[in-house]
Design a protein around this ligand. Structure first.
Ligand SMILES: Cc1cc2nc3c(=O)[nH]c(=O)nc-3n(C[C@H](O)[C@H](O)[C@H](O)COP(=O)(O)OP(=O)(O)OC[C@H]3O[C@@H](n4cnc5c(N)ncnc54)[C@H](O)[C@@H]3O)c2cc1C
Length: 375
């Protein structure tokens, strides 16, 4: 099978590059092994305080609604973080004292939402807090097994019964001017969070739960659907297991499911993520890239890989493949002319693109521009 570009990895960077290339009239395939960082997404595209026009265009065409204003957002443990470009569901406040009194609502039997931490955090900012639990018969079948009582299973039910749930919440409201709810609304029906805000006579703040992330999964589904609408081929649940390279160029890649029906292309994009998604891996002696065995930038001193203080930023997260200006990676110092590395596989090696999802998006655009200009 022959494409203009084959993209290895279907996370945010893979999808943004695939969509951009399809929009430019190129034929692409994305090979996606499985879970990616979007399944853990907070709802905020960190390191982006504003969005490039082309990103806003992709979001708008995919149905992903975003907003940005300067301020802070409430985190799952009741702390606040500076705002970045965020999904519409995520509230951004000018400062942490966003209300006078708040009702934090949890669901009976749901342990992946930390209502008491949130209440404690809000009280520290001087906001009065009350934690309420709501028992829903529609969730009883999930409660029988704790492994079923997870955000996505709950969200599937909530899409159907959210109006009834909001009626109950309205009756529970006393003099609170805001409520905090877990992000378990709007998985399939993206209009639900906005409609909840319309029917509750107080400010509504949706806050993160333990993974999987409902807004992250929804965003991933929207982008994937749009990519396929544009004619892209998304090979879900498949994995690139080998690459055939010659003279500094990649000729084709082999996937687990397609076997000897190799995927050939003029260009290849490596968007396999960092350690979390197995784009990078480590032995006690070395850090390596898992598909092409590319050169990786990391410290030879193993003790410098991590900070013993668990709460600090961990140095190993900065490790990434070495690339030239055009994002061509290299193996044994020989540059691959038709391969581009984007997203979190770069670690912090290319600071000019920023970090986190902001870096994933901007590096994807950079590689796309290079491909389209033939560089
Ligand atoms: C747990 C977690 C939570 C995060 N939350 C946020 C957040 O809230 N906000 C934010 O801005 N940033 C967040 N980040 C940073 C994140 O790295 C970026 O936001 C961005 O989503 C990374 O996208 P990516 O496409 O580079 O990689 P990933 O999302 O990691 O996607 C890589 C994909 O490649 C696939 N893959 C790997 N090897 C192969 C192979 N051989 N063949 C085929 N497919 C393969 C993986 O299965 C995976 O699907 C988070 C990171 C992690 C790890």
């Amino acid at each position: 099978m022959k494409f203009d570009t084959v993209i290895i990895g279907g996370g945010l960077s893979g999808l943004v590059s695939g969509i951009s290339l399809q929009k430019a009239g190129r034929s692409t395939a994305i090979v996606s092994a499985g879970q990616n960082a979007m399944h853990f997404f907070s709802g905020s595209f960190e390191s982006l305080t504003e969005a490039p026009e082309r990103l806003m265009e992709i979001f708008s065409e995919s149905g992903v609604n975003v907003h940005y204003s300067k301020g802070v957002r409430l985190m799952p443990l009741g702390t606040f973080k500076e705002s970045s470009l965020s999904l519409e569901d995520i509230s951004i406040f000018p400062d942490p004292a966003f209300a006078r009194k708040v009702m934090v609502v949890n669901l009976a039997g749901y342990h992946d939402f930390f209502s008491s931490f949130i209440a404690e955090g809000l009280e520290k900012t001087g906001i009065g807090c009350r934690v309420c639990t709501i028992r829903l018969p529609e969730l009883e079948h999930l409660r029988k097994s704790p492994s079923e009582m997870r955000s996505v299973q709950i969200a599937r039910v909530m899409d159907r019964i959210w109006e009834k749930v909001m009626q109950e919440i309205r009756l529970m409201l006393k003099d609170e001017d805001a409520i905090v709810l877990p992000q378990v609304f709007g998985l399939q029906d993206i209009t639900v969070p906005a409609r909840i805000r319309e029917v509750i006579p107080a400010k509504v703040v949706f806050t993160g739960t333990l993974p999987p992330s409902v807004p992250g999964l929804r965003t991933q589904m929207q982008l994937k659907r749009y990519y396929e609408t544009l004619g892209g081929t998304f090979l879900m649940g498949d994995e690139v297991v080998d690459a055939h390279c010659h003279d500094g160029s990649v000729h084709s890649v082999e996937t687990r499911n397609l076997g000897r029906h190799y995927l050939e292309a003029d260009n290849f994009i490596l968007a396999t993520g960092g350690f979390f998604s197995k784009g990078l891996a480590a032995t006690p002696q070395e850090v390596y890239e898992t598909v092409f065995n590319l050169d990786v930038e990391y410290s030879e001193d193993r003790n410098a890989w991590y900070d013993p203080d668990f709460s600090k930023d961990q140095p190993y997260l900065d490790f990434g493949v070495k690339t030239d200006e055009a994002l061509h990676p290299m193996r044994d110092s020989v540059t691959f002319k038709n391969l581009y590395a984007i997203g979190s596989i770069l670690g912090s090696t290319r600071k000019e693109f920023g970090t986190a999802s902001g870096g994933a998006i901007l590096s994807a655009f950079h590689a796309v521009d290079k491909i389209l200009s033939g560089k």
